[in-house]
Design a protein around this ligand. Structure first.
Ligand code: SAM
Length: 277
């Protein structure tokens, strides 16, 4: 890759765009982060934010910081971890979705409208996946996704994704609920009508609600212990009777120590309820 001359330009200017392109190419070379150059807006914003921090530390422009990434492993890793904060995809952890279809939905009365919550939804893939499985089970439902990152919520509302984001999604759900346009996946309007998104910092407030299904998955990692445990308890208190909170398997010990009650959904999947419920 050729070297660019150092250029000026504001945060959204050409030099900034070039800096982000260079950084994404370097991440692709070093870490194999997929087709990063087709990155959505929030990825580019996050890359630029980290590059600007690195640039300020070294007293150079973001473009110069990007040009040096090849020799700056620390800065490259900083960008990758900033991107992982929002890492998500459709149908992530298939065994959980399969357990919901086979063991959770059949136990809910067929005429009960189901309220779902994706707490820490990032760019919306988890919330839309929940919408897809509820819609394909013929249920009446609404799903709310919340995240503290405004750029992630904006992307979730746009509902346009790279094909890689849906690699784990069963083809039947993909065909039924996504349209392919110009190499991107667009979640169909009828699903967007029942899946909504709000900016919300869970540490300050959790959505209230009578939810039958809450996803609080891969978020605890970013929350310090007392605050994260309190968020988990507050979310569990928003479950309707019989409702279940789903996390990543690695988060189960922390949810137990926060006082939530574990519930075996099937041989492979454990979910959680509020203590004493
Ligand atoms: C790794 S993503 C998880 C996305 C999705 N739940 C999944 O498992 O695929 C973590 C998300 O949690 C969000 N998050 C972290 N702390 C939060 C907080 N205090 N309130 C709301 N969202 C938060 C981050 O912004 C990020 O989008």
């Amino acid at each position: 890759m050729g070297r660019s001359p150092r250029a000026g330009g504001g945060p959204g200017g050409r030099a900034a765009e070039r800096a982000v392109d260079l950084a994404l190419a370097e991440l692709q070379r070093r870490f194999g982060l997929g087709r990063s150059l087709a990155a959505p807006g929030w990825v580019r914003e996050r890359v630029l934010a980290v590059l600007s921090g690195v640039a300020a530390r070294h007293g150079v422009s973001p473009l110069a910081a990007a040009e040096r990434l090849h020799d700056d492993r620390v800065a490259s890793e900083e960008i990758v971890s900033a991107l992982r904060v929002g890492e998500t995809r459709f149908y992530r952890d298939p065994i959980i979705w399969e357990a919901i279809v086979s063991s959770v939905l059949p136990r809910l009365p067929p005429d009960l409208p189901i309220a779902g919550l994706s707490a820490g939804c990032s760019t919306g893939e988890e919330a839309y996946t929940l919408g897809m499985i509820l819609a394909s089970a013929g249920r009446r439902f609404s799903v709310l996704g919340v995240d503290r990152a405004p750029a992630a919520i904006e992307a979730a509302r746009e509902a346009v994704y790279s094909p890689e984001a849906a690699e784990q999604l069963p083809p039947a759900l993909l065909q039924r609920y996504c349209e392919q346009k110009g190499g991107a996946l667009h979640v169909c309007q009828k699903l967007r009508d029942v899946v909504s998104f709000e900016v919300c910092d869970l540490v300050h407030a959790v959505p209230s609600g009578g939810f039958q299904i809450i996803f609080f998955k891969n978020v605890l990692l970013y929350l310090a212990e007392p605050a994260g445990d309190a968020v988990a308890r507050r979310l569990a208190a928003e479950l309707s009777p019989g409702g279940l909170l789903f996390s990543a398997a690695s988060e189960a010990p922390r949810l137990c120590s926060a006082g939530l009650t574990s519930v075996r959904v099937n041989a492979h999947v454990t979910a959680f309820r509020a203590p004493g419920s």
